[in-house]
Design a protein around this ligand. Structure first.
Ligand code: SAM
Length: 289
């Protein structure tokens, strides 16, 4: 039975190993069993699954995962936590702890080695300082994934699931929604962590699309257009694209592209949905054919 996940046990482990929390690693450990149960249930992890956990900390969620999954691979950056994980996970024979930085880890190789290249599930209470690079790295690195169930800053979870018209809408919303279907599972207050973070948190599940919801002939160009549009949020789409060093089309070509989509010359990039960004990028792709 998972023994961690409550304040007393967490304090006991920390004292026993004289562990000091490192702010720079975004260390806020979960101490609430209800939240842990909810994460596991919403991830849909079964004994058929290989799970990647990013940042196991002292192994609290890892224990829950080990009891529900076939195999768990946990990547932890802090060397001080490695002996603690040996202690707290010693009873499980289906857990592999890797000491390393997730941003420098070859996750495709992990899926090959531990799951024969089949899709894995990712479950984590993420270090908030690198939430976006971790998630984008998994999607853009073409890692075979079923779903990603993660604790993130509440504000970031909101950004991932909104559409045009919201102040939270941006490049992250579009990127996440191109690759996956987001669903906010629960909001989690600061008192569920030790130490308490300064922000509210949320658990979000990103279910990977089998096929992207829009057909962009050149997804890389579409994402350059998206970045250019949101880099200068207050500018019109036309000026945003024209001023971007990432976009090489002439002013005339940009004006024509926007006209061809019936968007109106003064439209801002933040008014476009994913389908319209795909249409815009397909217009430019065909221009150069
Ligand atoms: N999973 C634990 C829990 O829920 O109690 C700990 C979560 S804590 C929010 C984030 C964890 O990620 C910490 O253990 C931290 O050391 C680890 N971490 C931070 N940066 C990392 C990185 N680049 N690669 C791997 N782990 C990292």
């Amino acid at each position: 039975m998972a023994s961690l996940g409550n304040p007393q046990k967490t304090i006991e482990i920390i004292k026993k190993h004289e562990f000091a929390f490192q702010k720079k690693f975004g260390q806020n450990f979960l101490i609430d069993t209800h939240v842990l149960d909810k994460i596991i249930a919403s991830s849909g992890v079964t004994k058929d699954d290989c799970v990647l956990e990013i940042g196991p900390g002292i192994g609290t969620m890892t224990q829950y995962l080990a009891e529900n999954a076939g195999h768990v691979v946990a990547v932890e950056i802090d060397s001080k936590l490695i002996p603690i994980l040996k202690d707290t996970l010693g009873d499980y024979d289906n857990v592999t702890v890797i000491h390393g930085d997730i941003l420098k880890t070859d996750v495709n190789q992990i899926t090959e080695q531990y799951n024969g290249g089949r899709p894995i599930k990712v479950v984590a209470n993420l270090p908030y300082y690198i939430t976006t690079p971790i998630i984008m790295g998994l999607f853009e690195g073409k890692v075979p994934i079923d779903n990603i169930t993660v604790m993130v800053q509440k504000e970031v979870a909101d950004r991932m699931q909104v559409g045009p018209g919201s102040k939270d809408y941006g490049a992250l919303s579009l990127a996440v929604q191109y690759y996956a279907q987001p669903y906010i599972v629960a909001n989690v207050p600061p008192n569920c962590f030790m130490p308490r973070p300064n922000v509210g948190s949320a658990v979000i599940r990103l279910t990977r699309h089998k096929n992207p919801p829009v057909k962009a002939e050149d997804p890389d160009l579409m994402f350059r257009l998206i970045r250019a549009s949101f880099n200068q949020r207050r500018k019109t789409l036309q000026n945003g694209l024209n001023n971007s060093p990432e976009i090489s089309f002439t002013k005339e070509e940009i004006v024509q592209a926007i006209e061809s989509l019936d968007l109106g010359a003064s439209i801002r990039g933040e008014a476009l949905n994913l389908e319209q960004f795909a249409d815009l990028s397909n217009y430019f792709t065909n221009l150069r054919k």
